[in-house]
Write a protein that binds this ligand. Structure first.
Ligand code: 5GP
Ligand code: ZN
Length: 108
């Protein structure tokens, strides 16, 4: 998607430190953090909503959560974290490219 901010970060057209990256997804810090640590886990395939997923997207979302648990220590999330997906207008979703918020680094 040409104008999607997360697709642009994925393509390297907007600079953002990637804490983790594989063929399916990457992890960056949120530009406007809502907790001491606030990461975004972003699948590389562009789609907006849960429910618009291919079978592969469903599988990747599961893998992302599993990988997060393995990266928790490295990301400073060893004492726990909160995972949020804002879905659609009432969910407060601003960027129409599915992403998972991960908040931690303090007691929420
Ligand atoms: P949403 O409201 O769609 O669930 O979350 C979008 C998030 O993306 C917001 O928390 C916002 O701060 C973050 N964000 C928007 N633009 C950028 C950007 O260019 N870089 C980074 N790192 N985060 C962004
Ligand atoms: Zn996108």
């Amino acid at each position: 998607m040409d104008n999607c901010i997360f697709c642009k970060i994925n393509r390297g057209e907007i600079n953002s430190k990637k804490y983790y990256e594989d063929e399916d997804f990457f992890i960056i810090s949120d530009i406007n953090p809502k907790a001491r640590l606030h990461y975004l886990m972003i699948p590389k395939h562009h789609y907006a909503l849960i429910g618009e997923q291919t079978e592969k997207d469903v599988e990747i979302l599961g893998k992302m959560l599993n990988k997060l648990s393995k990266l928790a220590h490295e990301l400073g999330l060893q004492d726990g974290y909160r995972v949020i997906i804002n879905q659609g207008e009432n969910g407060g979703q601003e960027v129409p490219h599915l992403h998972v918020h991960v908040l931690g680094g303090e007691k929420l």
